[in-house]
Design a binder for this molecule. Structure first.
Ligand SMILES: [Zn+2]
Length: 426
């Protein structure tokens, strides 16, 4: 980015923040009439619709002519598709790509202040890429820093997406740490260790008390000297975590790659399974039966394979990628609800569209991918105030040049980003 372009971006952000200060309290609430070529409302596509925004909410949406233009500033979005602000289902704003710094070194060597400083930039890039909400699934050793980051965004101190935060995440003792150290050394873990009845209840409640919107557990991991993912918590431990979280109105999401880790997470009542790389048709049927959603994180596995030396496009796909294509197909065939979430942080923040493109490459229709990234993510994450273009919902909107329903890559051609009626990119 050139300096002048950077300055322009900042000027826009400052303008956005200024408008936000004026906006929400009535008399100065800005009213816009957005006129794109078409509107994807989170479920279906409507040609020649317009959307009226007042303050931080969508006031009306429908065919041009059926929606009043009186008193509204017209924003002509010719050549674009207008959609609900995209929802990233799996991010780590406190991580940066592993080809820049391996995960182990981020956890062990980077100061928390450095990690937070980076995260503020990650938040801005995410928003400007059209992702107005993220479900941020763990700080990876940075304690409760996601809570402060969320507050900084909500208070208008920095620009960023709305955040659903998991705080530290829960792991069974010794199961999620930087590798390669003598067993005589205690290495800090990437999440909070807790086991057994009392300690788990306390850990879940402590995380909730400090700001967790959702509880994240690692139901399996590459653990000890074994190279393969193996289950960590017992089924009873997972059930207890779900019971305690649920009694406070919060859901539980499970990292699980192995079939047995997935099975326990599903039976325990976790709402989403993250990754699910080595699922089986039987496990995906179980997910369908229990209405457990899958967040496939295709882009993370793809990125990690490339970091390990795979020359994508020049060399055949490694076994891990071939297997992922097969298991993702099995999940689709079983009718499992698919969330959109890339595990961003493993790869660059702001490049969130990579997951959506890969979902198409791995067999989903672009329209279904767009539903996953908007209305389905909103439903699965219990975010009833967003994810659709509908009167009364938050005016979180994005316009892209072209038509991502036919060409998913158009999702990157950002023309306008609005969050809560505030323009961040125009
Ligand atoms: Zn993750």
């Amino acid at each position: 980015m050139t300096l002048s372009k950077k300055l322009t971006v900042w000027a826009r952000l400052l303008l956005g923040l200024f408008i936000q200060l004026l906006g929400p309290n009535g008399s100065l609430a800005q009213t816009y009439l957005l006129r794109p070529d078409r509107v994807f409302d989170g479920e279906t596509v409507h040609e020649n619709w317009v959307v009226r925004v007042k303050g931080d909410k969508i006031e009306a949406a429908g065919p041009a002519g059926s929606v009043s233009a009186t008193g509204a500033e017209l924003i002509d979005l010719k050549g674009t598709t207008l959609m609900p602000g995209l929802i990233e289902g799996h991010s780590h704003l406190l991580l940066h790509p592993y080809n820049e710094t391996p995960w182990d070194d981020q956890v062990l060597k980077e100061a928390r202040s450095l990690r937070v400083a980076r995260a503020t930039v990650h938040a801005q890039k995410t928003l400007l890429a059209g992702f107005t909400t993220v479900r941020d699934l763990g700080t990876e050793g940075a304690d409760y820093d996601d809570v402060g980051l969320k507050q900084a965004i909500n208070q208008g101190i920095i620009a960023g997406p709305r955040m659903v935060v998991a705080t530290r995440a829960l792991i069974a003792t010794g199961s999620y740490a930087p590798k390669g150290f003598s067993p005589d050394i205690n290495v800090p873990q990437g999440a909070e260790e807790a086991d057994g009845h009392d300690a788990l209840i306390q850990a879940v409640r402590r995380q909730i008390g400090k700001g967790a919107d959702v509880i994240k557990v690692y139901a399996d991991y590459r653990w000890g000297l074994m190279a393969e993912a193996r289950p960590t918590f017992t089924l009873d431990e997972l059930k207890l975590i779900v019971e305690v979280a649920k009694s406070s109105g919060r859901g539980v999401v499970a990292h699980a790659a192995s079939a047995e880790g997935m099975r326990r997470a599903i039976l325990a009542g976790c709402e989403t399974v993250e990754h699910g790389d080595v699922g089986t048709p039987e496990i995906f049927n179980l997910m369908k039966q229990h209405s457990t959603a899958l967040c496939p994180t295709l882009a993370a596995g793809d990125a990690v394979s490339q970091y390990r030396g795979w020359k994508k496009g020049q060399e055949p796909e490694p076994e891990r990628i071939r297997q992922k294509r097969i298991t993702f197909r099995q999940a689709l065939d079983a009718g499992v609800t698919i969330c959109a979430g890339g595990d961003v942080g493993v790869f660059s923040h702001g490049d969130n569209a990579r997951e959506l493109e890969m979902m198409v490459q791995y067999g989903m229709k672009p329209l279904d991918v767009l539903r996953s990234a908007t209305s389905i993510n909103a439903d699965v994450f219990h975010l009833a105030d967003r994810g659709r273009v509908r009167p009364g919902l938050l005016a979180d909107l994005v316009a892209v040049t072209g038509n991502p329903v036919t060409t998913i890559a158009d999702i990157r051609r950002i023309r306008l980003v609005m969050k809560g009626g505030t323009l961040y990119q125009r």
